[in-house]
Ligand binder design. Sequence first.
Ligand code: PMP
Length: 330
Amino acid sequence: MRVHDSLTELMGNTPLVRLRKVTEGLAPQVLAKVEYFNPGGSVKDRIALRMIEAAEASGQLRPGGTIVEPTSGNTGVGLAIVAAERGYRCVFVCPDKVAQDKIDVLRAYGAEVVVCPTAVPPDHPDSYYSVSDRLAAEIPGAWKPDQYSNPNNPRSHYETTGPEIWEQTEGRITHFVAGIGTGGTISGTGRYLKEVSGGRVKVIGADPEGSVYSGGTGRPYLVEGVGEDIWPATYDRDICDEVIAISDRESFTMTRRLAREEALLVGGSCGMAVVAALRVAERAGPDDVIVVLLPDGGRGYLSKIFNDDWMASYGFLSAPTEEAKVREVL
Ligand code: PMP
């Protein structure tokens, strides 16, 4: 029988899909690494599995232990899946800008979720960093993976995402484009691709306007899961050949186009990464192969990016959509 004993066997090995419409008129191939094919629906399954297995091996996480982590949702889902399979308790801490749907998903997997204000500095006692530190210290048997400093975060990408992309493109990749949150994806994947290609592959970061990676001060932006107001240890500051700043408006407009034109229902950081990939494509040649990583699916954003009223409330809908026009006629 063709059966998997564990969902964790299905983490990674995601497909590479050619973008065909949003790339019209551009010479290079632009290929999307579609991470929503992971069982938890995002790229973060990869790091969750690697971090838990390393903590089990080192004795930091013992049977019956509790996983405490500040997470915007996706890392939580990956951790919750492995935890549900292996009998660990999960307590997650989220900033309040995270979509309610994402929090509900974590709770559905049996995790406890504490929601903290976004608009406080990281060292404030109510920040989601501080609250998770306090919980990790107070709960007996607690282990905090800390995706912002855990070397197994970038390592998981060095060991899986990078080699997959190299094999899938038969070594023809010339540019790798990804958003930067913890920096684990771009640092681990980027390092592998640079090493295996002898430095030929260029690594380009995509960053929300206002975030520190593209020279911002940490001012707020709406796209979730990417950008930072501090520099995490998981980000290798030497890995990017270039970091491109993208506005919320551009990110969300492209996210909606990806659903309608490419049938890829993905999250806002995917739209952001694709905008950056297309900028790279505009100045690349016909033999170039640009791989852009799409971290998660779009179902967690239906009430935001895919909701016309929400988009309009931020002034992101410049022209009425076809549905709005039809509604008006009716
Ligand atoms: N997009 C989304 C939706 C995410 O949740 C994350 C992870 N924070 C990223 C992009 C960025 O990935 P990384 O943390 O590996 O830089």
